[in-house]
Structures are given as structure tokens and as C-alpha cells.
Design a protein around this ligand. Structure first.
Ligand code: NAP
Length: 444
């Protein structure tokens, strides 16, 4: 966009830098600029590509969820919103510098780091957290060389949330089933050539406490080459099913169906297991198994170990137990909750956070919309324009430091190159390196 701001008007402009071009960042930018000529938002991202988790987190076979990116593109088409890609906070510019240039800085940096299990053996080869694993199969440049060894017969996926289901499903689907996806080619080679036969997905509490959503559960009963199994003895008595409502009721229908499935129905078995918590990762250099302790759920919903253990022989373990935000220098951080210390989004004077960086890694993409609206309202009430340079100052720094930033028009070139490389119904073939993305910009 070409939006010159100079002279008297410059003093009346509220300059906002949003760090992170994911859903939370875009919903905040949308809310800040709706009906406002006096606000300018720069959405800054360290990658040359916008849309954050939509691109690198949402499962490659869940393309319909990714349609929401059209809404973010429309926000970016506004005169007063600009995407500044390939500009990294900490590497290219400091937070202090941004705070000098902009009236407000909003951290929409998500929760890109894996939580730790805190168990012996956690650093063995063959244990890969879901953030890394999902980023790998979604072509995130930081993880393209992850090279997980999938020449294993069985895999443990820890956690009873949607990320655990995503990981298990992507491992279980055939190449045909992934035709309409944007699964990274490097991951497709590994996954579809893998001898995996057993995928164990286990949670420390019961089926009623699991945070799976029904659509994702239902999909597990529709897989071409993989049968989902559950031990009927781990399900609550069917006489109580009528009392259930919402997700619990729908999940129970899918689980009862799984309890009737037979292990030999298909080539790959996906075992959903409840009341199991991880005790130790087994192996010398490489993972060769995981020891679990059986649990029971107490009246207050917490779980307690029973002392009874069992061992699963597995060659790969993917903990899907939640994420935490990456700390940023000089920003107060809550270690226990894995996010920035904030009071309803306010971190410090003129510094805010939104989305997973504010509330932790919960909720769907859509949950970020009311969050963005609330933070935008708070900012517009609490901060006044102060005649700062905003993007004019940023552009000067970019020039002085000879930084190669990527604009939204540049991103459209990357998008075009990716979509035109796709065949057989795939939506795109993603670039997995920043260099390739920049080359696509320069070559068009
Ligand atoms: P989640 O829903 O919070 O699930 C995390 C799981 O890990 C829970 O079962 C939790 O058990 C377990 N866990 C946590 N710490 C553990 C530990 N130390 N040992 C063993 N188990 C542990 O989180 P998520 O699956 O990472 O998903 C994050 C958010 O993204 C969720 O809101 C999810 O719905 C959303 N998402 C949505 C979709 C979709 O809509 N298709 C896809 C992916 C993700 P407890 O419950 O006992 O704590």
C-alpha cells in the first residue's frame, strides 16, 4: 500500500506495530482499523509468509479451516494495514526500537515452543514435541531439516487434545487421502514410506475429560488404511450416555463405534488409551519404549497414579501436551503458564499481548477474534497518538541495515509460485526455506 502520512496529520495518527502475522495479529489489526482513518498498523513477522498457525499449525488435510486466510488478506488490502515480513524481533530490530517508533506494540507471537514432560529420557533421539513435528510436516523453514526417523513399527502420541489427533491422523493417512493437502513433500516421503503399524494415543484422564472435538474424533472412524480402537472397559457405562451433552455426547458416539472395531480391520491400528500417564522414556541413545502408569480420575477432575505400570515398545514419541510462548528479552514472562505476564492484555505502558501470547494455547482459530477485538478496544481507549514516526522510521532502519523485508505484494508472488507448483488437486506446494521464498519474490 502507498499511504503517505506527513505534516499535521502525522501527529494525529496512532501507529501500531503488531508482532506476529497469525490469526490473533490479523484480528487485532482488523479491529483496530475498522472505520478508523487515524490508525496505521504494521504487522511484522519474522517469516516472509503471513498467517502464522493457519500455514504452519493447522493440519495439511484440513484445508477448509485455512479459508479464513482470505479474511486476513482482505484486512491486509486495507490502506492502513501493512505486512512487513522477514523482519525478526531481536535479530533485525529490538523491542525498544519499535517502542520508540510506534505508539503501541502488540505481541501476537503465539506459543511456538513445546512444553516439556519433565521425565527421564526426554532428550533421547526419537522424542519430538508436537510444535516441532507439526511444523515439520507443514514446511515451516525452522523445521525442514528435522528428519524424524519414521522407520519404526510403533509410535506413542501423548495427550488427548486435537493436536494429538492431528498428528495421529497425518501419520495414519495414505498418500491418496493426502492428495488434496499441502503436506510438505519431505514429510510425505517419510510418512508414506514408513512401516508404522501401531499408533498409541493416550491421555492421563478419561474419555469424558478429553479435549478432542467431535469432528476430529469422527474422522478417526473414516480412515482408509487405519482402524481406530478403544478398550470398551475404559469407557463409562453406556447407561449414562443419555445424560451427556455437546462434545462429550458426540465423542462418546465415536468412541463406542471404535470399541466395536477389530484390530485386523485395516493395516494400521490407532489405539486410543485413557487413564495412562507417562512415567519414563526408555532407551539408551534412541527411544525404544515408554513406561506408563495407570491413573484414576478424582471427583475434582484431577488424576492420581495407581502405582500399576505398563510399557509400550515404541520407536517414536510425539508429546502433544500443549505449547508455551517464546520469551522476549525485557518482557515479563510467566514460566508456569508459558505466556507473557499481562493484565487483560496490558503488559506495560504501550505494550500489549493478544491471542495465545496473552491467554495461553487454548481455543480455536475463531477464539482469537473476540480476543483481538477486546485488545483493540483497550488500545484505542488507553493510548493517544504522540507524533511518532511509525513506519517512516521503520523504513529508515530497514534501509540503513540493508534488510530484505517482504511486503504483502511480495507474499502474493510467493503464493502464486506455490499454488502454480501444485498438481493432482493439492492446493499448493509450500516453500520450506526462506531463501526459496525470497527467490520466488525476486524472480517474478
Ligand atoms: P489441549 O487440548 O490442551 O490438549 C493437551 C493434552 O495434553 C491434554 O489431554 C492434557 O491432559 C495433556 N497433557 C498436558 N500436560 C501433560 C503431561 N505433563 N503429561 C501428560 N499429558 C499432559 O491442547 P492441544 O491439543 O495442544 O491443542 C491446543 C489448542 O488448539 C486447543 O484449544 C485445540 O482445540 C486447538 N486445536 C484445534 C484444532 C481443530 O480445531 N481442528 C486442531 C488442533 C488444535 P489434561 O487434560 O489432563 O491436562
Amino acid at each position: 500500500m502507498a499511504d503517505d502520512v506527513s505534516g499535521k496529520i502525522a501527529d494525529k495518527i496512532l501507529w501500531v506495530a503488531v508482532i506476529g502475522a497469525g490469526p490473533a495479529g490479523y484480528y487485532t489489526a482488523e479491529a483496530l482499523t475498522t472505520g478508523r482513518d487515524d490508525v496505521r498498523v504494521d504487522i511484522i513477522d519474522r517469516l516472509p509468509t503471513p498467517f502464522g498457525l493457519i500455514r504452519a499449525g493447522v493440519a495439511p488435510d484440513h484445508q477448509s479451516i485455512k479459508n479464513v486466510a482470505k479474511r486476513y488478506s482482505a484486512t491486509n488490502d486495507r490502506e492502513n494495514v501493512r505486512f512487513v515480513g522477514n523482519l525478526s524481533l531481536g535479530r533485525d530490530i529490538t523491542l525498544k526500537e519499535l517502542q520508540t517508533l510506534y505508539d503501541v506494540v502488540v505481541l501476537a507471537t503465539g506459543a511456538a515452543k513445546d512444553r516439556e514432560l519433565g521425565l527421564d529420557g526426554e532428550n533421547l533421539t526419537g522424542i519430538i514435541g508436537s510444535s516441532a513435528f507439526v511444523s515439520w510436516y507443514n514446511s515451516h523453514p525452522d523445521f525442514r531439516n528435522l528428519a524424524p526417523d519414521l522407520k519404526v513399527a510403533s509410535v506413542a502420541v501423548i495427550g488427548n487434545g486435537n493436536v494429538a489427533i492431528d498428528v495421529a491422523r497425518v501419520l495414519a493417512k495414505t498418500a491418496d487421502e493426502m492428495t488434496n493437502s499441502d503436506l510438505a513433500p519431505h514429510a510425505a516421503d517419510q510418512i508414506h514410506g514408513s512401516p508404522i503399524r501401531d499408533i498409541y494415543v493416550f491421555g492421563r484422564r478419561g474419555p469424558l475429560e478429553a479435549s478432542f472435538t467431535p469432528k476430529e474424533m469422527g474422522e478417526l472412524n473414516e480412515l482408509e488404511n487405519c482402524v481406530a480402537l478403544v478398550d470398551e472397559g475404559q469407557l463409562p457405562d453406556a447407561s449414562g450416555d443419555d445424560e451427556l451433552a455437546g462434545a462429550q455426547k458426540k465423542n462418546m458416539i465415536a468412541l463406542r463405534k471404535m470399541a466395536e472395531n477389530k484390530p485386523d480391520d485395516k493395516n494400521i491400528r490407532l489405539h486410543l488409551m485413557f487413564y495412562r500417564r507417562p512415567m519414563a522414556i526408555l532407551g539408551d541413545e534412541r527411544v525404544c519404549g515408554i513406561r506408563l502408569e495407570k491413573t484414576r480420575v478424582e471427583a475434582d477432575g484431577t488424576c492420581t497414579g495407581t502405582g500399576e505400570t505398563e510399557t509400550l515398545p515404541v520407536g517414536l514419541i510425539v508429546p502433544c501436551i500443549g505449547y508455551k510462548s517464546a520469551p522476549i528479552e525485557d518482557v515479563p514472562y510467566n514460566e508456569r503458564r508459558g505466556r507473557f505476564e499481562n493484565d487483560e492484555g496490558l503488559i506495560a505502558d504501550r505494550l500489549y499481548c493478544v491471542g495465545w501470547a496473552r491467554r495461553g494455547p487454548t481455543g480455536t482459530i475463531g477464539t482469537n477474534k473476540p480476543d483481538g477485538v477486546a485488545i483493540a478496544k483497550k488500545i484505542l481507549e488507553e493510548v493517544q497518538p504522540s507524533g511518532r514516526g511509525g513506519r517512516v522510521g521503520l523504513d529508515k532502519i530497514v534501509e540503513e541495515r540493508d534488510l530484505k523485508i517482504v511486503t504483502f505484494a511480495d507474499w502474493k508472488k510467493i503464493d502464486e509460485a506455490e499454488t502454480s507448483a501444485a498438481t493432482d488437486g493439492a492446493p499448493r506446494v509450500k516453500f520450506a526455506s526462506v531463501e526459496d521464498m525470497i527467490e520466488a519474490v525476486d524472480n517474478q
